[in-house]
Design a protein around this ligand. Structure first.
Ligand SMILES: [Zn+2]
Ligand SMILES: [Zn+2]
Length: 306
């Protein structure tokens, strides 16, 4: 199953010539999960060629304009493109009222159902065939959720020689064992998947921090993530401003990723004051070497682990 992360918007607060407002699209197989929905997100989706008709869930971190004002436009564009599939929206309290207010005042006729789920507590917010999304309370200036996307574990590596040795004929029975099912042989013996395969392999994990100061519990929430997408609005010299405004600096984001034993860190929500994000990258790398700064339309493929 392919897993791709497309950074549609990487600016914080206001857009710049190079950066659109926050939106990170996780593309798993034929499904899309959109984390935050900054203005102009549908134009970024056109540029990224990701389509408007796929199964999609939107996860809003908090109700600040830079993270949600793209949603009305996205819904309108989808309706004009005759989307028929239901769209699900998750976010903190207030999301339902926001959408009701917009749809009543603008009266755009939607061609599809929008199902809103307000998240009132940390924990699992949805569980699908193959993955689940969990939320944790971040530490911003308004109620803000961080999200974790986690795939279900995969069956362990299959060893054909072990299956042959036990007398399992190649074909359908191999396939069943590979998918975690026990099989019965003609001689009456039952073969269990664990007899012919290694340990179950963990699924891929992606963390989206939302706007936040470094928060307690992040290391556990993001533990061993394949990818941590963390905001780094201001550079280290502005750590006091970051604290005041409820944001993080590159060193702080790096330390969070390090404590979580994450594999990779991507900084986003970059303040418009940085025309060149080199300084942010340098500061993060000192703490967490496998860090990069997101650019608009950057794509990361997350391969299946062994
Ligand atoms: Zn923001
Ligand atoms: Zn904010």
């Amino acid at each position: 199953m392919s897993l791709r992360v497309v950074f549609l918007g990487t600016s914080g607060a206001i857009p710049t010539l190079k950066r659109s407002l926050p939106a990170v699209l996780v593309h798993r197989g034929n499904e899309q999960l959109l984390f935050d929905c900054g203005e102009g997100v549908q134009r970024q989706m056109i540029r990224a060629k990701v389509g408007f008709h796929k199964k999609m869930k939107v996860f809003l971190s908090h109700l600040h304009g830079d993270h949600v004002l793209g949603l009305p436009g996205l819904l309108q564009t989808m309706a004009l493109m005759d989307r028929t599939r239901k769209l699900e929206v998750y976010g903190p309290e207030g999301v339902a009222a926001f959408l009701t207010c917009v749809s009543e005042t603008l009266r755009f006729g939607l061609t599809f159902q929008v199902e809103v789920h307000e998240v009132h507590a940390a924990g699992e917010v949805c569980s699908e065939n193959g993955y689940a999304v969990e939320a944790a309370w971040a530490n911003h200036v308004t109620p803000t959720l961080a999200y974790s996307f986690l795939e279900n574990p995969r069956p362990g590596k299959f060893y054909p020689e072990k299956a042959t040795l036990l007398g399992v004929p190649k074909g359908l029975l191999w396939s069943k064992l590979q998918h975690g099912e026990s099989v019965d042989l003609v001689n009456g013996r039952m073969v269990k998947p664990e007899e012919v395969s290694g340990q179950a392999r963990r699924g891929r994990k992606i963390i989206y921090s939302g706007d936040t100061r470094p928060f307690k519990g992040f290391a556990k929430f993001a533990a061993r993530a394949d990818l941590v997408v963390h905001e780094a609005t201001f550079d280290d010299a502005l750590v006091e401003k970051a604290e005041l405004d409820g944001h993080s600096t590159p060193s702080q984001a790096g330390l969070q990723a390090k404590r979580a034993k994450a594999k990779m860190l991507v900084l986003t929500h970059v303040s418009a004051r940085y025309a060149d994000a080199g300084l942010l990258l340098e500061q993060a790398k000192k703490v967490f070497p496998n860090a990069i700064v997101a650019e608009d339309l950057m794509v990361l493929e997350l391969p299946l682990g062994e």
